[in-house]
Ligand binder design. Structure first.
Ligand SMILES: Nc1ncnc2c1ncn2[C@@H]1O[C@H](COP(=O)(O)OP(=O)(O)OP(=O)(O)O)[C@@H](O)[C@H]1O
Length: 609
């Protein structure tokens, strides 16, 4: 099919409208009613005006369906009441599409147009031509692996899939559906499926919440992520300490910060690490990871694999049909929480790159002698308050999504803080997105404050530039060019924290419409590290309340630090240390968290506002 195929025009009957002059062009279909006076009609004596759609683009068309001989509702024109409009038997095809809602963040609304023609051959020709145009959109998936979590959210996972499954059938997207029987089911399937079989799919769709998506992500990446290994916190801390001795006498003022009411609690230090590159070469990292048994778990699952499917790659995509209790990933990547909108993004083959946090656990508890494991998170990873809420909420699963309100309040009132040490990599100045011109991304101004933040939106130039820059760096590395690079600088914070969290994306959700970090980007390669130092309860409450208010800045507090970073390490000497990874529990007292830029692709295009 040639994209420049000649324009086709003919007279058709459009169901519910009447006779139209239909034109097919490379972008889509357009039509005009043949009788100008057919736009006015009456029903039960009430005169009304019809304003029928006059075009649909192929980019907004998810399927075309030939439905054969049947009735077409005739012309509504000439002031005839609807119930008297004639019906005629014709050969018919239906164009299935969608319209964007009234506001840019509204869900997509399904539409369909049934065209009729008395001549069967002509109808079939038009159907074939439209189909050929749709097939030209090669980014559309043909075959998908689907996991449905039947008990997610309010227990409507199955029903949600039943609502959108017909769209996939109409669009001729084959789906292999697994309804999960238990937690870990999707993980086990993906971990054990051979790469060759997985590669026969264009992607994987999870129908559920962030938890099911996290399971899919981990099952997929556990043996298929070709990654350098980040440094362990213990090594790093010692190196930093050694380096810092050189700096300690330089400027004592740099070394103190204080939390409200907790003067001198926090030690703030920084150092240049020469022999502990955060991003080691793959061979070095494999060695160091293997020596820590990090890959022992992964080796077993990669047995028999032949590396057909490795990440990152530029074709395999993941999709989410939201049905969970929070759905932060869907809201942050599509702008809305709507199963139909997400299904359409998947069917149309939309694609964006997404950063993923690689979380390497070095120790489960202080007494344990190494229990190394790697996990991945797509939206958020957090310790302290965040970990405790998830741990506590497991006891109240029977309460459904409202358990988060209950356990959130309970954990807030307990007001636990933890002694910990965090070291994070300071971003190089050239990596600061503020320096990148951005014509498209929206800025919002926080009222009363001289602060503007750049939001990650559809066609985000911050992400595009960052992805391009990372490819340039990779190409240079491949060509072994002698590129002068700055030494990475690690900064250290030690003290008592209410929480330590890292947002990979904005984490927008219905409770926090701007998200945890409003200006986090989907694929700029950064984590947003948020350190909440021990502070009086009312101040912490104020921070939490601000998270729920649009237009306020929840991170602008003296007891809170916000750093953009590529990686950080964390050590706590607390026995029951738990992390929250995309809402899932992960026991760990020593971790390294690293941003893996554009590690996966998502069937989405970014929020519109
Ligand atoms: N069939 C199943 N039965 C029980 N748990 C399951 C099943 N399938 C998946 N899970 C697990 O349920 C957990 C929550 O899943 P998910 O986030 O998709 O739903 P949710 O309702 O949003 O959950 P949560 O309220 O915990 O965030 C995940 O750990 C997931 O692995």
């Amino acid at each position: 099919m040639d994209a420049n195929a000649p324009v086709l025009s003919s007279v058709f009957f459009l169901d519910g409208v009447g006779e139209v002059f239909l034109t097919l062009n490379p972008e889509g279909l357009s039509w005009n009613t043949i009788h100008a006076d057919t736009n006015a009609s009456s029903c039960c004596g009430v005169i009304f005006h019809l304003e029928p759609e006059s075009e649909i683009k192929f980019t907004d068309t998810y399927a075309v369906e030939y439905i054969g001989l049947g009735l077409i509702n005739g012309c509504l024109g000439s002031g005839q009441p609807i119930f008297m409009s004639p019906t005629t038997e014709m050969y018919r095809f239906v164009v299935h599409g969608f319209q964007r809602g009234k506001y840019s963040n509204s869900p997509f609304v399904l539409t369909s147009y049934t065209f009729g023609e008395r001549d069967r051959g002509a109808c079939q020709t038009w159907f074939d031509r439209i189909n050929d145009h749709i097939k030209l959109q090669v980014q559309r998936p043909k075959n998908l692996l689907v996991f449905v979590h039947p008990r997610c959210g309010k227990g409507h996972g199955h029903r949600t899939w039943e609502t959108v499954a017909p769209l996939f059938s109409l669009a001729k997207v084959a789906t292999k559906v697994t309804v999960t029987q238990r937690a870990g089911h999707a993980y086990d399937i993906l971990k054990s499926t051979m790469d060759r079989e997985l590669s026969s799919f264009d992607g994987i769709v999870s129908v559920g919440g962030d938890g099911l998506f996290n399971e899919v992500l981990n099952g997929l990446l556990s043996s298929r992520h070709n990654a350098p290994c980040p440094p362990a916190p213990t090594t790093l801390s010692e190196d930093i300490k050694a380096q810092l001795q050189l700096y300690s006498s330089v400027d004592d003022n740099d070394r103190r910060s204080s939390a409200d009411g907790n003067k001198d609690v926090f030690l703030e230090t920084s150092g240049i690490i020469d022999d502990c590159e955060p991003l080691l070469s793959a061979s070095e990292s494999t060695e160091s990871c293997t020596s820590n048994n990090i890959l022992s778990d992964q080796k077993s699952c990669s047995t028999g694999q032949n590396n057909v499917l490795m990440f990152p790659n530029n074709w395999f995509r993941l999709g989410i049909i939201p049905a969970g209790s929070t759905d932060a990933i869907v809201i942050s990547t599509t702008g809305v929480r709507d199963p139909v909108t997400s299904a359409l993004h998947i069917i149309l083959g939309r694609k964006i790159s997404l950063d993923v946090a690689q979380v390497v656990r070095w120790k489960t508890s202080p007494s344990c002698k190494g229990d190394v494991a790697t996990r991945y998170a797509a939206s958020f990873t957090g310790y302290g308050f965040y970990g405790d809420v998830v741990k506590e909420s497991e006891k109240y699963r029977w309460m459904g999504p409202s358990r988060y309100d209950f356990t959130g309040t309970k954990v807030f009132l307990e007001h636990r803080s933890y002694e910990a040490e965090v070291c994070f990599l300071e971003p190089k100045t050239t990596e600061t997105v503020n320096e990148i011109p951005n014509e498209v991304a929206e800025e919002f101004i926080i009222p009363g404050k001289n602060l503007s933040k750049r939001i990650c939106l559809i066609n985000c130039s911050v992400c595009n530039q960052a992805m391009k820059a990372s490819h340039v760096l990779t190409d240079r590395d491949t060509l072994s060019l002698n590129v002068p690079t700055e030494e990475p600088r690690w900064l250290r914070r030690k003290g008592r924290f209410l929480s330590v969290g890292a947002a990979i994306i904005s984490c927008r959700n219905e409770r926090a419409p701007q998200g945890l970090v409003a200006d986090a980007h989907l694929s700029d390669g950064f984590l947003h590290l948020i350190l909440v130092k021990d502070c009086p309860r009312p101040l912490y409450l104020w921070h939490l309340i601000k998270l729920t208010r649009k237009g306020s800045d929840p991170l602008n507090f003296s007891f809170l630090e916000h750093h953009k970073t590529n990686a950080f390490t964390f050590v706590a000497n607390h026995d029951g240390s738990v992390w929250n990874l995309d809402g899932e529990l992960f026991q760990a007292c020593e971790v390294t968290v690293k941003a893996c830029q554009g590690l996966i692709n998502l069937f989405a295009s970014g929020p519109e506002v």
